[in-house]
Structure formats: structure tokens, C-alpha cells
Design a protein around this ligand. Structure first.
Ligand code: ADP
Ligand code: ADP
Length: 227
């Protein structure tokens, strides 16, 4: 697919006085696992949502390879997002939750079934496909949210604090699961967190943000001055 590049990206919300994101520059290589870290309100989510197409970019260029995608609709971007609150539909089964984005994109039924079953297999959800989200544990719900992204075969995954609703123990095990998933699928990933341990253990490169600005970019070793 080529590099995902963000060139001189600025964001000013129409009701805000100041810029929320200022001159954000980043080139993400294929298969890289990038973690945005920084205090609450520093602009991590806003940046991620601009990549997803859920927020307009005020200035600057977002590209995949040579293609500028600033104005491409979210559903037409080769990008899948996993949300903090999972955004699962309570009235739908696990299968239908995972299939939703594919139905929206008018995939043939047989292909939807195949993709959902494959994703369920990878995530250990095969026996839960007929359940509703309310009948799942927190970790299982989080896996369904991951499944919705996986079935898309997207080139880029965006994860916005995906583990923040889980208890500490589950967070640690899901962290490892996401890392394994990334190894298996090799999907370019941007992962947002305010948790430095998560950043350190998961990232190829960490982007430290502060007040809408990139403070530092580097490997965990470089950024946290590890031996
Ligand atoms: P983070 O993800 O790092 O916590 P956000 O990107 O959510 O930060 O928020 C950055 C800043 O932008 C905050 O000051 C927040 O209040 C503001 N903000 C977020 N969303 C909106 C919005 N829809 N309209 C106006 N301001 C917003
Ligand atoms: P998908 O799982 O395919 O991203 P959803 O099941 O979240 O799609 O789709 C629900 C709605 O969200 C659709 O109207 C779709 O246009 C929109 N949408 C598409 N892509 C995204 C995205 N990356 N993040 C959030 N919403 C999206």
C-alpha cells in the first residue's frame, strides 16, 4: 500500500479559539506499530479521527502512498478503527456486529460468512458468534471490536485507547493479544494510549504529543532512555 503520511496537518475545531493539532508530521511505514502517547486532551484522538476521516483536516495532507485521502469518505478508506467503548450494536449478535461493515460495503453473503468465521477463529470467538454483546465478558467484547476491524482486511488499523475499559489484569493479556495479532496480520497500526507501559511494550515507534504538538518520535528505547 505504501507509506501512510501526515504532512503539516493542522486541526482547529470551528468552536475553538486555538488549534488542537499543530503541524503534525509523520511517515508511517508499512507494518509499523505506532503508538501515540500523551496526557488527556493533547490531541491524540483528534489526530486519529482525522486519519479515519471522522474529523475534517483543517490544513495539511494525509496520504496513503502517493494518494491524498483528505476527502475520501471513511468507509472508502482502507482504514479500520477500533474504539474505546467498542461501539458494538447491542441488539445484534456477535456475528452481525462483525459483519456490519462488510454488509454496508455490499460484500456477498458467502464472503461475509467466511471472513467473519476466520476472524472469529483468530480471536477465539467461534463459539460466541450467536450471542449478543451483553452476554460477553469485557475482553470478549473487545475481541469483537477487533474482529470488526479484522474482517475489513484494511491496510491500516486505528485503535483509540482500546483497553481502557478493561481491568488491569485483562489489559495486560489483551495487550499481548493485540501484539500477537499485529505480528500475524502485519497491518500498519496507530494505537492511542495515555499509558506509558502500553506504549513501551507495544510500539515500534512512539509519538509523544503535548498540547497538539509532537514532542518526540522514536523507538521505546530512544524515547524512554532505556538501557
Ligand atoms: P486526547 O485524545 O489526547 O485526549 P482529544 O483529541 O480528544 O485529546 O482532544 C484534544 C482537544 O480538543 C481537547 O481540548 C478537547 O477538548 C478538544 N476537542 C475534542 N473534540 C472536540 C470537538 N468535537 N469540538 C471542540 N473541541 C474538541
Ligand atoms: P466498519 O466496522 O466497517 O468501520 P462500522 O460498522 O463501524 O464500519 O460502520 C458504521 C458507520 O461508521 C458506517 O456508516 C461507516 O460509514 C462509518 N465508518 C466507516 N469507517 C469508519 C471508521 N474507520 N471509523 C468509524 N466509523 C466508520
Amino acid at each position: 500500500m505504501g507509506t501512510l503520511s501526515m504532512q503539516h496537518i493542522y486541526k482547529k475545531y470551528s468552536n475553538a479559539e486555538n488549534y488542537t493539532v499543530t503541524d503534525f508530521n509523520l511517515e508511517i511505514d508499512e507494518k509499523e506499530f505506532i503508538v501515540f502517547v500523551g496526557p488527556s486532551g493533547c490531541g491524540k484522538s483528534t489526530t486519529l479521527r482525522m486519519v479515519a476521516g471522522l474529523e475534517d483536516i483543517t490544513e495539511g495532507e494525509l496520504k496513503i502512498g502517493d494518494r491524498v485521502i483528505n476527502n475520501v469518505a471513511p468507509k472508502d478508506r482502507d482504514i479500520a478503527m477500533v474504539f474505546q467503548n467498542y461501539a458494538l450494536y447491542p441488539h445484534m449478535t456477535v456475528f452481525d456486529n462483525m459483519a456490519f461493515g462488510l454488509k454496508l460495503r455490499k460484500y456477498p453473503t458467502a464472503e461475509i460468512k467466511k471472513k467473519v468465521e476466520e476472524a472469529a477463529e483468530i480471536l477465539g470467538l467461534t463459539e460466541y458468534l450467536k450471542r449478543k454483546p451483553a452476554a460477553l465478558s469485557g475482553g470478549q467484547r473487545q475481541r469483537v471490536a477487533l474482529g470488526r476491524a479484522i474482517v475489513r482486511d484494511a491496510q491500516v488499523f486505528l485503535m483509540d485507547e482500546p483497553l481502557s475499559n478493561l481491568d488491569a489484569k485483562l489489559r495486560v493479556s489483551m495487550r499481548a493479544e493485540i501484539a500477537k495479532l499485529h505480528q500475524r496480520l502485519g497491518t500498519t497500526t496507530i494505537y492511542v494510549t495515555h499509558d506509558q507501559t502500553e506504549a513501551m511494550t507495544m510500539a515500534d515507534r512512539i509519538v509523544i504529543m503535548m498540547d497538539g504538538l509532537i514532542q518526540q518520535i522514536g523507538s521505546p528505547k530512544e524515547v524512554y532512555d532505556l538501557p
